[in-house]
Ligand binder design. Structure first.
Ligand SMILES: [Mn+2]
Length: 431
């Protein structure tokens, strides 16, 4: 097993914090026991919770205005994988990576898979990129990809998605996430129905190329890079497309891809009900697709989403297995630090949702007791579950205080020496 962070460093740091953690954990355990909640069961669930890291999130993101790269950033997928291993070793809850092609394309996928295996990292959903032209590309995506009026451009986009499935198969992935930047900037520019028909016809070709045990996830986004209309602008178009394409096609919810104040948890409920929830891109936002760190602004919204997810698990909903992934753009922080912190913030929402007394909540709902129903949720949200998260990490050999260990390891400054910046490097964290 390959490692990036010295186990002895983690162990030393953990030993210095263990007494304090055990005391906090025991106190929380007593408190939960009074509510008939077994803290050990919650801690086991916390330890099982895993969220994927996006390969593109390991580098500094950027805006339309500028990108301010940090030092020691990964320059290729092998180096991104190294940083993902660091994030997992410290957080204990990110054992998979989601790659993006062609950014992460390599000549030898078996070498990439083997390296990931040695780090104990799995590959999950592969992402296609038809929102920018590649050097020398014959048919441009300027006016769209899968919905382009040009048959040649559409075929190029279809083939790229089929190629992505092939790369993913070599890595052991089981799903393809399709987000397209297709849309229009002017009223009248595009015939809505014809464009959607072209998109669906293209997606049918990709769907036919899915292996039997694969899923295809469609990601909706209401604006950007097209600012008047987008082809899959919201969950309505998304679920329509997913229903049209077939049972292996599901919808993916990126939290930032909605208008401010949208009731995302209710969208999640609808997708669960119709067996169309494929997965998530977690992030947070204030105004638009800001791609801010998960839970940094709206932790209650994130909790309410997990309330729906845990409820579906509690009800043993059939065919319910959404993929969890972060999708953030880190502009002013060390991406590894943000990803560690964000993964834990998502795990925190999951754990808090486990504390809700489902039967009590159903009772309040049946009795139309609005206040007690909302307090059942709010009381779970208000409880500090940090000792559970820290204990889950400690028992897995991860860090009780991951950020402190990361900083004391000097990882980034070591990488700054080993990874001199490539002046031609591009790529932002916006997806
Ligand atoms: Mn996304």
């Amino acid at each position: 097993m390959l490692r990036r962070i010295d186990e002895a460093l983690i162990n030393r740091a953990n030993q210095s914090l263990l007494n304090e953690l055990e005391a906090d954990y025991a106190a929380l355990g007593d408190k939960l026991a009074r509510q008939n909640i077994d803290i050990e069961a919650i801690t086991r669930s916390a330890a099982d919770f895993q969220i994927a890291v996006p390969s593109w999130g390991t580098g500094t993101g950027g805006t339309r205005f500028a990108r301010f790269p940090g030092t020691g950033e990964p320059r290729n997928i092998f180096e991104k994988l190294e940083d993902c291993a660091v994030i997992n070793e410290l957080s204990g809850c990110t054992d998979s990576v989601s790659p993006h092609f062609p950014w992460d394309k390599v000549d030898d996928f078996s070498e990439l898979k083997q390296t990931a295996d040695e780090y104990g990292i799995k590959w999950v959903s592969v992402n296609s990129n038809t929102f920018q032209d590649q050097p020398g590309q014959e048919h441009s995506y300027k006016y769209g990809s899968l919905s382009n009026t040009s048959k040649e451009a559409r075929e190029l986009a279809i083939q790229h998605n089929l190629d992505c499935i092939g790369y993913g198969q070599q890595l052991g992935a089981k799903s393809l996430t399709v987000w397209v930047g297709d849309g229009s900037n002017h009223p009248g520019q595009q015939h809505f129905q014809r464009a959607f028909e072209r998109y669906l016809a293209s997606m049918e070709q990709i769907y036919k190329g899915l292996p039997d045990d694969w899923e295809m996830h469609i990601e909706h986004k209401m604006f950007e890079p097209a600012f008047y209309s987008t082809i899959i602008q919201d969950w309505g178009s998304n679920i329509l497309a997913a229903m049209q394409l077939g049972p292996k096609c599901k919808s993916l919810v990126d939290l930032g891809h909605h208008a401010p104040n949208t009731n995302i948890e209710m969208i999640v409920s609808r997708l669960i009900q119709f067996k169309k929830l494929g997965g998530f891109h977690f992030n947070d936002s204030k105004y638009g697709d800001d791609d801010l760190d998960s839970g940094s602004l709206h932790p209650y919204q994130q909790f309410l989403i997990f309330n729906e997810l845990v409820d579906a698990e509690y009800r043993k909903e059939q065919d319910f297995n959404p993929a969890y992934m972060l999708d953030q753009s880190h502009n002013v922080t060390d991406p590894a630090e943000s990803l560690i912190n964000s993964a834990i913030e998502v795990q925190r929402s999951f754990v808090k949702a486990l504390l809700v007394n489902r039967e009590a909540l159903y009772g309040y709902q049946e009795d139309n007791d609005a206040l007690m129903a909302s307090l059942e949720l709010k009381n779970a949200f208000n409880l500090d579950v940090s000792p559970i998260l820290a204990m889950a990490r400690y028992r897995k050999g991860a860090a009780i205080n991951p950020l402190a260990v990361y900083r004391s390891s000097g990882y980034r400054s070591k990488m700054a020496e080993l990874r001199p910046r490539d002046p031609n490097a591009t790529g932002s964290g916006i997806v």
